[in-house]
Design a protein around this ligand. Structure first.
Ligand code: FES
Ligand SMILES: [Fe+2]
Length: 342
């Protein structure tokens, strides 16, 4: 039910220190810590002796000492000391996971370690450009399956109802959507012409009056979403628009980490091309995004429960086309990875 050969966000980099942190990802228990070199380390959180979680032990330099009988494991997962006897059993080993610190996030590879390639981690254009500014989000727990969040992030229409006070504006409810399939996922996008900017963006855009607005929602397998909002003065938008000094661009990166079938941790970053040093703007974007994602959480947790308890099959609408396309291909990828024929 998960695509394992993929990078997932394990934690915010700022949350990982030289102490043991227990995490659950794709139904697996993992202990994460930062080694003395500064590199993050992720091991299976289960001592092979009596299965006490290693996260209940303690760090001795870079090694974990089990809290029950003192087995010591190095950062590769190999047991290197058994205090109660001389011989270290050959099978005293725990799985170690490839991990990479990038974009202020710790990434973990949940599949075959030989296939872990850090070039597969999402790229963030302009990350080092001083004219752009990143706002780092939270690790938000949601009591719902990750695919409901992916559906939501391929659905620009929902903003008209779920985010009335932030992202909604005339045209978000009924402007036709265009869908493109890519090698990595699905993109759904549209221009909405000649309206007031929505409340969240009105104080941020760099011009007065009405705007043309581009909504770009991209989902990449298995659980990354990139939303781009572009705002230009009314009359300047459209497929051939040219970026200029009045163009406001906000790119939101969303990373879902499935905990299990019913729970997900949601990470996000916001990246904008204006006022990089304006702390007030940064703070209002951070708090505005958080408030909007709490609105999504409220709906998606209830959707998860509603569908789990349904007695008649729910229906689909035209607005679901992109997410259904995404789910179909992801199912095939998961089946083919697990060796079953799609
Ligand atoms: S349970 Fe870990 S050493 Fe016994
Ligand atoms: Fe939303």
């Amino acid at each position: 039910m998960y695509l394992r050969n993929s990078w997932y966000v394990a934690a915010l980099s700022s949350d990982i220190e030289a102490k043991l942190t227990a995490l659950r990802i794709l139904d697996e228990n993992i202990v994460l810590y930062r080694a003395e070199s500064g590199d993050p380390v992720a091991l299976e959180d289960s001592c092979p002796h009596r299965r006490l979680p290693l996260s209940k032990g303690r760090l001795l330099n870079d090694n974990i000492e089990c809290g029950y009988h003192g087995l010591q494991f190095d950062r590769s997962g190999q047991c290197v000391a058994v205090t109660t006897q001389e011989r270290v059993p050959a099978s005293a080993v725990v799985r170690s996971y490839p991990v990479v610190d990038r974009w202020g996030l710790v990434w973990i590879w949940m599949g075959n370690a030989d296939l872990a390639d850090d070039n597969l981690i999402v790229s963030i254009e302009n990350y080092d450009n001083p004219d752009w500014k990143i706002t780092t989000g939270d690790a938000l727990p949601l009591a719902c399956n990750y695919l409901y969040i992916m559906d939501n992030l391929l659905d620009p229409s929902h903003v008209a109802w779920v985010h009335r006070a932030s992202f909604a504006a005339p045209g978000t409810d009924n402007t036709p959507l265009e869908i493109n399939e890519t090698d990595d996922g699905v993109i759904v996008h549209r221009w909405i012409y000649g309206n007031k900017p929505p409340p969240f963006y009105a104080p941020l855009v760099q011009f007065e009056g009405d705007c043309d607005r581009y909504q770009y929602y991209e989902a990449q397998y298995p659980c990354t979403a990139i939303n781009k909002g572009v705002y230009v003065p009314a009359g300047k938008g459209g497929p051939d628009f040219k970026i200029d000094e009045l163009t406001y661009v906000m790119i939101s990166y969303h990373f879902m980490t499935p905990v299990d079938a019913n729970n997900t941790r949601y990470y996000w970053l916001q990246h904008r091309n204006t006022e990089p040093d304006n702390e007030e703007v940064t703070e209002s974007i951070a708090s505005g995004a958080r408030a909007a994602f709490l609105e999504d959480r409220d709906v998606l947790e209830a959707v998860h429960t509603g569908i789990a308890n349904e007695t008649t099959r729910h229906i689909n609408l035209g607005l679901d086309a992109a997410s259904l396309q995404f789910r179909r291909k992801l199912d095939k990828l998961i089946l083919s990875e697990s060796g079953e024929s799609p």
